[in-house]
Design a protein around this ligand. Structure first.
Ligand code: OAD
Length: 259
């Protein structure tokens, strides 16, 4: 658990950075009620296996994907940002940081919280593409069908695939290369709520320049803990608001805290 001293140090670290780049993962959204993948209550240990997200299987049997994922898809579309998403957005809005978020999440919650520069390296659940004719549609037009776990189809008869990256598909190239650039430009890199087990996304923090501090906040140890300057095995939605509150406090005229 972060101590008061840690919070002061983090507030000073954030305050001193102009360009902050963040890599977020599923742990960012668990406090919004969306399960992550690899925790004991994560998707890969409860609902299903990674094979549901395999592109070859989806093409062969889309009904398997929609019956298993449909109701969860619906709850993701309805989910709201939590205190962690809001705190990140405030770093840009209230504290004037140039914040870039590279997210592995497909839930759109950073954008709902008000973050403006978000690169979705595993795509998004908000839109769907027809596998036959290529037409796009908004997933929110299919709330009833998703709730019932039905296969979504375009009027041409083709199956709609959500615009997320399935296993066996390439990552969206523009989002990935913009994320690499933002890592290389950063004065501070944050890794939030990801086990860092899925590549190439997990390699993004390695693109930071020499000397750029790396901060990891993840409830459980990650593959990169030993490379980080500071690691907290804490809840993002509890820790980040405390850091911002301390930044506010440190900004008060005459305050000595956070120095
Ligand atoms: P994981 O489930 O692998 O890791 C999420 C991490 O977040 C875990 O290590 C948790 O300990 C931590 N965590 C959970 N809630 C937290 C909280 N409130 N505060 C802090 N930490 C918390 O999820 P990802 O690393 O995002 O890819 O998974 C990467 C990719 O694997 C996903 O994008 C997805 C999946 O297969 C595709 O579908 C292509």
């Amino acid at each position: 658990m972060a101590t008061e001293h840690d919070i002061n140090k983090l507030a000073a670290l954030f305050a001193g950075a102009r360009r902050i780049t963040c890599l977020s993962g599923a742990g960012m959204s668990t406090e919004s009620g969306i399960p992550d993948y690899r925790s004991s209550k994560g998707l890969y240990n409860t609902l299903t296996s990674e094979q549901v997200f395999d592109i070859a299987r989806f093409r062969r049997k889309p009904e398997l994907f929609y019956s298993v994922i449909g109701p969860l898809y619906l709850s993701i579309l309805k989910a709201q940002p939590n205190a962690g998403h809001v705190a990140l957005a405030q770093l840009a809005d209230r504290f004037g940081k140039e914040l870039v978020i590279a997210t592995q999440n497909i839930d759109g919650l950073h954008q709902k919280a008000g973050s403006r520069v978000v690169h979705e390296v595993h795509g998004t659940m908000d839109t769907l593409s027809c596998q036959d004719c290529g037409s796009q549609a908004l997933a929110k037009s299919f709330l009833n069908e998703l709730g019932k776990g039905e296969v979504l189809r375009h009027r041409c008869g083709g199956v709609f695939k959500p615009d997320i990256t399935f296993f066996g598909e390439q990552l969206p190239a523009a989002a990935f290369s913009a994320s690499l650039d933002a890592m290389a430009d950063a004065d501070l890199v944050l890794v939030l709520g990801t086990s860092l087990q899925v590549y190439p996304a997990a390699s993004l923090p390695d693109a930071r320049r020499d000397g750029c501090p790396l901060l990891i906040v993840n409830r459980t140890p990650t593959a990169m803990d030993d490379k980080a300057d500071m690691v907290f095995h804490d809840s993002i939605g509890e820790l980040l608001p405390q850091v911002l509150a301390q930044m506010d406090h440190g900004a008060q005229p005459g305050s000595q805290r956070g120095q």
